[in-house]
Design a protein around this ligand. Structure first.
Ligand code: NAD
Length: 344
């Protein structure tokens, strides 16, 4: 029997890039995504197309295959019955959970979708990991679990009990729920606290994406907290490389009985948003027009990863420069949204 890697959220930004890389490396991959409409569904379908799947074949709970032998299924993690059937059908050894309702601001508008995907869906997935004796679960957490912290850089040993948005609260909940499953059932769990991930085929709801759009359309950019925001922008390829290296680092916890470990995955070079927008403007050769406003509810002023734990175990840390990473993003953005081929 083949040992499959299940990637949830494979039509999402990070899931897409990871899926492409794992297929290229010759791993047996099963991708899963509900293809929700939180942002542009066409972008999700474009990613699946780039993974080699035929878009016309996609329908709910139908398993399809690409020409490299990888599988994809449109499925909601909240659908326990069909999720269980998927685990029954494939011999899955590693689960990488990237499916989630993402976004800080939207969690103030639609709290129920965070509970459905990030709590109910995540717990369903853990139940399958338990019932099918999965060898390693890696799951996306977020820098948002650190809340408004003045102690930088953020260490994985810092307190994370004061989330300032429901999104952050569900990410913290993922960590503690995973811990309990690791403790109770011995499922090895690795939590990945990502820091502001950016790159080609990125998420339209994220600031770097909307800044680019605004600059190109000569519209003003709303800069929150009067521009006093530091973000630890982390390039997508560095995230993917870190996840792949961590797949083989199965936690064996000596101190407690739980086989559980958390890592920060971030660039460790926070950038002021004003400098970020200037770099973007330079790359686009357009001077950005900025409007300064208050900090938004749920936001945090700083993110800054301490990645010493990560570097120690995988001998790698994210290191793509903002200039190089953003240049790749801008190239893709122009090609995808502004070329005649896409009719935009
Ligand atoms: P994304 O929104 O592009 O991808 C998530 C995918 O999950 C989407 O395609 C969505 O359709 C799918 N999904 C949502 N709910 C689902 C459900 N119930 N069942 C099945 N599929 C479902 O987001 P992303 O940027 O690729 O983020 C991946 C993970 O990393 C998420 O858990 C996110 O919270 C976390 N994260 C991302 C960042 C970042 O900067 N991108 C930072 C920190 C943490």
């Amino acid at each position: 029997m083949n040992n499959y890697i299940l990637i949830t959220g494979s039509a999402g930004f990070i899931g897409h890039h990871l899926t492409v890389k794992l297929i290229k490396l010759g791993f047996q991959v099963v991708g899963l995504d509900s293809i929700n409409d939180y942002y542009d569904v066409n972008l999700k379908l474009e990613r699946l197309k780039l993974q080699g799947f035929t878009i016309g074949e996609i329908s709910y709970n139908k398993i399809i295959q690409n020409d490299k032998g990888a599988y994809f299924v449109q499925l909601d993690l909240a659908d326990q019955e069909n999720l269980d059937k998927l685990f029954k059908r494939f011999s899955i050894s590693i689960v990488i959970n990237l499916a989630a309702q993402a976004g800080v601001r939207y969690s103030l508008e639609a709290p129920e979708s965070y509970i459905k995907s990030n709590i109910v869906g995540f717990t369903n997935l853990l139940e399958c990991c338990r019932n099918y004796a999965i060898k390693h679960l890696l799951f996306a957490s977020s820098s948002s679990v650190y809340g408004i912290s003045e102690s930088v850089p953020f260490k994985t040993t810092d307190r994370t009990d004061s989330p300032v948005s429901l999104y952050a609260a569900t990410k913290k909940a993922n960590e503690v729920i995973a811990y309990s499953y690791a403790h109770l059932y011995g499922i090895p769990c690795t939590g990945l606290r990502f820091f502001t991930v950016y790159g080609p085929l990125g998420r339209p709801d994220m600031a770097y994406f909307s800044f680019t759009k605004a600059i190109l359309e000569a519209k003003p950019i709303r800069v929150f907290n009067q521009g006093n925001m530091l973000r630890d922008f982390t390039y997508i390829d560095d995230i993917v490389e870190s996840i792949i290296r961590l797949m083989d680092i199965v936690p064996a916890n000596i101190v407690t009985s739980a086989r559980y470990k958390i890592y920060n995955i971030g660039n460790s070079k926070p950038v002021n948003l004003l400098d970020f927008i200037t770099t973007l403007g330079n790359l686009l050769s357009i001077k950005p027009n900025m409007i300064y406003t208050e900090m938004q509810l749920g936001d945090v002023p700083v993110t800054f990863a301490d990645t010493s734990d990560l570097n120690e175990v995988i001998n790698f840390k994210p290191n793509t420069s903002l200039k190089d990473g953003l240049a790749n993003f801008v190239r893709w953005y122009k090609d995808y949204y502004l070329s005649d081929e896409n009719g935009c």
